[in-house]
Design a protein around this ligand. Structure first.
Ligand code: ATP
Length: 441
């Protein structure tokens, strides 16, 4: 079942056409990522779905509904932005509640408040004070009771007894006021309890129910983005739109949060369109990835498909870390690089002799060796020891850079000096071969 469909859409800003004849189908319940370099048009495509830009041609469908000309508020979508877009002066509860309120606005406007609603603020200071001191009061009472009993052999009378009773009375009063406020609020706004439950349900999803009455500025960036997620989920949109939601966070938090966001979204099965230029994030979070080049999709598939089977040179270079070596076919299964090194391919190609090819090679498929028949000499250019592995770059004869990940004997290789000459071997089964932009093997 398709949840979102772009059908031949074209979007332009003035005379500048960003996408034309653009087609994409997003299956229901999937997290689909629009991945591509900066400026390629992924945000524009997302905005066309939200209704923030209007296509000059084509149609956008959400489910079976053609929403192309609907204004944003009439589409059941919710969006998470890079900068969280939270109200700093409202509590987290109110931030999350805001979307629900907006949707109920027309209904609420029709409700007439009773006369006493304007005096309800009088109860607020009591409610605020007693609510805040409640836990402390109980703690104090328990301590006082224990201390008193231990000194007086379990007899519980005197001043502290009165204190105890006094506080119990305050507690009862606090509960009473709480009850009163709720009852009155219900009368003024019958959806108040419903909204309260919905908001807490959404906050529980992101594990922030305990922080509901803090202000967003009192929380970390990661927590603020979780509030934004909660605020989007609370309105139960047909499609959740995420525009680079993790870009403002540091690397560690980004990694943690992407796992968390994926598990939350998957747990409720919401169709999600996610925009990022970070390919690692896209691989980790998505069910499907649309790899964008300037204004069009190069490849659309699962993370494994785009990683292990890139159809074009652009995708091969963009997804994963890789080196690109350019050479000429000199035998059906041999490529000669510009510096004269020979690289064996796994299969005999039918690419004409003399044709120029690009070889895309991932660093994990380059090994340092002393045994290979056809080693490639590299001159160590940079070296980074990362604990479990060494990330190295080596120069070939024509100064092309080859990336290597050394996992075995990482500590030994970490001591190697820049400029050292080493022999390397490329696993021929793992080389992607391109003629022009098209993958051949
Ligand atoms: P990024 O990752 O940097 O946000 P993107 O892939 O999301 O990039 P878009 O924001 O969709 O790219 O922009 C696509 C092109 O449209 C860019 O060349 C950009 O300069 C241009 N563009 C975006 N918004 C506007 C606008 N409001 N007016 C004019 N041109 C715009």
């Amino acid at each position: 079942m398709v949840s979102v469909k772009y059908e031949n859409i074209g979007v332009a800003y003035g005379d500048f056409i960003v996408v034309e004849n653009f087609n994409l189908e997003i299956p229901h319940g999937t997290i689909t990522t629009l991945l591509g370099p900066s400026g390629c048009g992924k945000t524009t495509v997302l905005r066309a779905l939200a209704g923030f830009v209007e296509p000059f041609e084509g149609n956008v469908f959400i489910g079976d509904d053609n929403v192309t000309l609907l204004p944003p508020q009439k589409r059941n979508t919710a969006m998470i932005f890079q900068n969280y877009a939270l109200w700093p002066h409202l509590t987290i509860f109110k931030n999350v509640e805001y979307g629900l309120k907006l949707r109920e606005n027309e209904e609420l406007a029709a409700l007439k408040s009773p006369w006493y609603s304007r005096f309800l603020w009088v109860t607020k200071p009591y409610y605020f004070f007693l609510g805040k001191t409640h836990n402390k009061t109980i703690e104090y009472l328990e301590e006082a009771k224990e201390e008193y009993c231990s000194k007086n052999g379990g007899v519980f009378t005197g001043l502290k007894w009165y204190t105890f009773i006094g506080f119990r009375w305050l507690k009862a009063l606090s509960k009473g006021i709480d009850h009163y406020v709720r009852e009155k609020k219900e009368k003024i706004d019958p959806k108040w309890t419903y909204r309260r439950e919905k908001v807490f349900e959404a906050l529980r999803l992101v594990h922030l129910e305990d922080q509901a009455f803090k202000n967003p500025t009192q929380l970390s960036g990661g927590q603020q983005q979780r509030i934004a997620l909660s605020r989007s989920l609370v309105v139960e949109p047909d499609v959740l739109l995420c525009d680079e939601p993790l870009s403002n966070l540091d690397a560690k938090l980004r990694k943690e949060l992407r796992t968390e966001i994926r598990s939350i979204i998957k747990s409720i099965g919401m169709t999600t369109v996610y925009v990022t230029h970070d390919q690692t994030e896209a691989l980790a979070i998505s069910d499907r990835i649309a790899v964008f080049n300037i204004g069009f999709i190069e490849q659309y598939g699962t993370p494994t498909e785009v990683f292990t089977d890139p159809h074009t040179l652009f995708v091969g270079q963009f997804i994963g870390v890789s080196s690109t070596l350019v050479g000429k076919i000199i035998k059906p299964n041999t490529v000669q690089l510009a510096g004269g090194e020979l690289i064996n391919l796994k299969v005999k190609t039918d690419i004409p002799i003399g044709e120029e090819v690009s070889l895309v090679i991932r660093p994990e498929n380059v090994n340092l060796t002393t045994k290979s028949d056809s080693p490639i000499e590299i001159e160590v250019n940079t070296i980074e020891y990362l604990g479990t592995e060494v990330k190295m770059t080596g120069k070939l004869k024509d100064d092309t850079i080859l990336l290597l990940d050394v996992v075995e004997q990482a500590e030994e290789y970490a001591k190697i000096k820049v400029g050292t000459k080493l022999k390397s071997y490329i696993d021929s089964a793992e080389i992607f071969v391109f003629v022009g932009d098209k993958r051949i093997y």
